[in-house]
Write a protein that binds this ligand. Structure first.
Ligand code: AMP
Length: 202
């Protein structure tokens, strides 16, 4: 992986968290999942959590005016390399990130069929402490930090369908933008996490 500025895009449950975290660790990149950050803020009842709650509850995206300054601040604090999981998700977010950087990021886009996404959310768990993703049947405690594994509230069927619609409406134009600039790698996200990771690493 040559680029050290990476963004992961993909529909909900496409494996952004699992693959992004693994790639970041292997390449010693700072890692930020904006979804996990927002869920943590909700749980800790911070001001950000209060602002984001109604959007997350409805399966809608949090407005750019909240997301952009927050993520740009994080990026500005990082040194050598970083990986963003779940940002950018709109064309204004792509443009804001680009405007900050001399070396533009490379986008990795995970492609998974809708049927497989629905199957994955139906059995997905997340650690409430470190936000590692797990599956039903893998126990009740996170293998990494011993935190509690729970289903994500926003994986309920109706919420999930809204997020999928938001993905089509807002993220697909962002994907097109990266493709037009030849800064996108579309990766087949079907198969086991190891199989997908082998493709992600390239
Ligand atoms: P994720 O964990 O990536 O599936 O994100 C969960 C939810 O957090 C999304 O459905 C959005 O409501 C919100 N979210 C995360 N990242 C962003 C972003 N870049 N822009 C807007 N909303 C976001």
């Amino acid at each position: 992986m040559k680029s050290r500025h990476l963004v992961f895009l993909g529909p909900p449950a496409s494996g952004k968290g699992t693959q992004g975290l693994r790639l970041a660790r292997e390449n010693h990149l700072a890692y930020l999942s904006t979804g996990a950050l927002l869920r943590g803020a909700l749980r800790d009842k911070t001001a950000l959590g209060q602002e984001a709650r109604s959007f997350l509850d409805r399966g809608e995206y949090v407005p750019d005016k909240i997301m952009i300054p927050m993520v740009l601040e994080w990026v500005g604090e990082q040194g050598d390399g970083w990986l963003l999981d779940g940002f950018p998700r709109t064309v204004p977010q792509v443009e804001a990130l680009d405007s900050l950087l001399e070396v533009k990021p490379l986008a990795i886009i995970l492609h998974v069929s809708d049927d497989e996404l629905r199957r994955r959310v139906s059995c997905r768990l997340e650690c409430v402490e470190c936000h590692r993703v797990a599956r039903e049947g893998e126990g009740h405690l996170c293998p990494e930090c011993q935190g509690k594994l729970e289903p994500r509230a926003d994986d309920a069927a109706e919420n999930f369908e809204n997020r999928l619609a938001e993905y089509r409406r807002l993220v697909i134009p962002a994907v097109t933008y990266y493709c037009d600039q030849q800064r996108a790698r579309i990766v087949n996200g079907m198969g086991s996490p190891d199989e997908v990771y082998a493709r992600v690493r390239g």
